[in-house]
Write a protein that binds this ligand. Structure first.
Ligand code: SDX
Length: 437
């Protein structure tokens, strides 16, 4: 622990097998749960702790993001997500997550310029796309091409060099929209669009997604603002599965591009970032409001693997604060686009209403999460369903690199190597093939 306070607080553990007492120090959080330091437990008890899914385990100390699951609170470096979504922009939020403070006007200008001048990718990157089938899932492409960045940027691979880490962080934040747009263009057989240095981050991304070389393309400022806000909402989220994947990969000394590629792979899962795509597919499968009870019933049936996508969360046992902002943005974007009869939104709102009144969802504290409404906005903007999780990855890259940098700068960090409860066979003699029946 580099900075957490102990104040001589501790837990006393009594080993009932030996009646021995073990003092385990408690480290105090600035807000939220304190932690019990169990680092000496194995040496003193010959036992491991056991916590599949890490529901009660802190893997690190961090100053970046705080979540209060019971109150539905999310803070980036102490600032409430709702305040940032309403008053900040994604570039400023990136600066905040990376450096820990909101930038001055000059710091913000320099940061945005730094990101802008890293948005192009090496021209040879485009040949990787041609190796994929046109109908390849864009997340499969992103796993490949983001990892491949490490084959090009040898001047930002030394994880022990702070300047290398900073350049790699800028490159990843800057190049993700370019690569994401290339994955989309490749899937529809249109030419890649180069980033433009006169456009801001979200606007540039939408330009590369929907512009063509054949005519000028003007991004709708309302959509650009909605995209920017969505990026803010998805930027970081404490030690979620993909961030923990990035930290674990980084703990072995792997280069930053490889670590972010690992994070993309983890985010792809439907239980995690892939849920936004799964929500849209679920709403389309439901099709009409009168079929909602059938799906609610399936979600409650233990024998049915179906889960209500976009509902529930490991940490939030209240509304996901991002879902509230997303719902508000959903209505704003649809109104601005003059989309008033979006059947999927009608189904989503009715599904939310019914679920929130249902005893099962109330008892298990299952509320809509960040993925419940995002897909409806993305579809209204013209983003294809298969690109939804790619957008999540674009936004989350700043959180991943901020957490990766924090992990490397943490003096107490070492290679992540969990243990296990072994329940397999004890040692036995080998039986030669001719003696087996
Ligand atoms: C994200 O971690 C993060 O911070 C992630 C994220 C981020 O920003 O990085 O917030 C992004 O991943 C949001 C979550 C998106 N995923 C989904 O919407 C998929 C649907 N949700 C579930 O798969 C589930 O809620 C999880 C995976 C999100 C959380 O699972 P947990 O914490 O492991 O909870 P659990 O599976 O132990 O569920 C507790 C109970 C179970 O019933 P019992 O075994 O106790 O009887 O609630 C039930 C579950 O069956 N349950 C659901 C449900 N989610 C949980 N039942 C029906 N539908 C659901 N969606």
């Amino acid at each position: 622990m580099s900075e957490a306070k102990n104040n001589n607080n501790s837990f006393t553990l009594i080993d009932n097998r030996t009646n021995e007492k073990i003092e385990l120090p408690v480290f105090e959080a600035s807000v939220g749960p304190d932690v019990i330091d169990i680092r000496k437990l194995y040496a003193e008890t010959d036992c491991f702790t056991y916590d599949p899914g890490f529901t009660s385990t802190g893997s690190c100390e961090s100053k970046i993001t705080f979540i209060d699951g019971d109150k539905g609170v999310l803070l980036y470096r102490g600032y409430h997500i709702g305040e940032l979504a309403d008053n900040s922009d994604f570039m400023e939020t990136c600066y905040l997550l990376l450096y820990g403070e909101l930038p001055s006007p000059e710091q913000k200008r320099k940061f945005e310029t730094g990101i802008t001048y890293h948005t192009m990718v090496n021209e040879q990157m485009s040949t990787f796309f041609r190796g994929f089938r046109r109908d390849a899932h864009p997340m499969a492409i992103m796993c490949g091409v983001v990892g491949a960045l490490s084959a090009f940027y040898h001047d930002s691979l030394d994880i022990n060099d702070p300047h290398h880490r900073l350049v790699a962080s800028y490159r990843l934040i800057a190049k993700m929209p370019t690569l994401a747009a290339m994955a989309y263009k490749y899937s529809i057989g249109q030419p890649f669009m180069y980033p433009r240095n006169d456009l801001r981050y979200a606007e540039n991304f939408l330009y590369m997604m929907f512009g063509t070389p054949c005519e000028p393309y003007k991004v709708d400022p309302i959509i650009a603002r909605a995209m920017d806000r969505i990026l803010i909402l998805h930027a970081d989220h404490e030690q979620n599965a993909s961030t923990s994947t990035v930290r674990l990969a980084g703990s072995s000394g792997a280069n930053p591009f490889a670590c972010i590629s690992a994070g993309i792979a983890s985010l792809w899962g439907p239980a995690h970032g892939g849920a936004n795509e799964a929500v849209l597919n679920m709403l389309e499968e439901i099709g009409t409001k009168d079929r909602i009870p059938e799906f609610i019933k399936r979600a409650k049936d233990k024998s049915d693997p179906f889960r209500l996508m976009g509902f529930g969360h490991r940490v939030y046992k209240n509304f996901d604060p991002r879902a509230k902002v997303m719902q508000q943005s959903c209505h704003e974007v649809l109104d601005a686009l003059g989309v008033h009869d979006e059947p999927l939104l009608e189904i989503a709102m009715e599904l939310e209403r019914i679920a929130l009144e249902d005893e099962y969802f109330i008892e298990k504290k299952l509320y809509p999460n960040v993925d419940f409404y995002s897909g409806i906005i993305f579809r209204a903007i013209g983003i294809p369903t298969s690109m939804f999780t790619v957008l999540f990855a674009v936004a989350r890259t700043v959180g991943w690199v901020a957490q990766w940098n924090e992990m490397i700068e943490d003096k107490s960090q070492k290679i992540g190597r969990p243990r296990q409860l072994y329940i397999g066979k004890t040692q036995r003699d080998f039986v030669p093939l001719h003696m087996r029946t």
